[in-house]
Design a protein around this ligand. Structure first.
Ligand SMILES: [Zn+2]
Length: 146
């Protein structure tokens, strides 16, 4: 009985520590982690592809395949295409960054907590957006400010 009592005390301390963290069951956390890792791999693939194609575009420019006039006429479209690629690349980078942060938070146990108010983020929200870092209320507040 004495041993059991000690054990209970032990668990009590741990429960207290757990209470300040998000209460996401391990199994669900594992599922979310897998989704994040898979999505990150997907984004990385898109990212590499874009990097490669913009690299290829720069290369053909360097070799001077086009005559001056042609190049001049195409300059507008090329710039537009490059800017579109650039914002896509930035978007992908931003998303990968958010996923990395979510994965890091899973490792240190703070995953699922709102960055702003520290309260657990709504479960449905995490399921829809596993890398969400704000609860619905704070996300809405942030959008109102913008
Ligand atoms: Zn919040």
């Amino acid at each position: 009985m004495l041993v059991a009592g000690t054990a209970t005390e032990c668990y009590g301390a741990r429960d207290l520590a757990m209470a300040t963290r998000a209460t996401i069951p391990k199994k669900e956390l594992q599922e979310l982690r897998e989704r994040l890792v898979a999505e990150r791999g997907d984004l990385k693939g898109q990212y590499d592809e874009l990097e490669e194609s913009s690299f290829a575009a720069n290369q053909s420019e360097l070799t001077g395949e086009m005559g001056f006039d042609e190049e001049y006429a195409d300059a507008g479209t090329n710039t537009f295409e490059r800017e579109k690629d650039l914002s896509l690349v930035n978007n992908l980078r931003d998303l990968m960054d958010r996923i990395d942060k979510a994965l890091a938070k899973m490792d240190d146990g703070s995953y699922g907590l709102c960055d702003r108010c520290g309260k657990p983020i709504e479960k449905l929200r995490l399921k829809a957006l596993p890398y969400a870092n704000l609860c619905i209320k704070d996300k809405q507040a942030e959008e109102r400010v913008r």
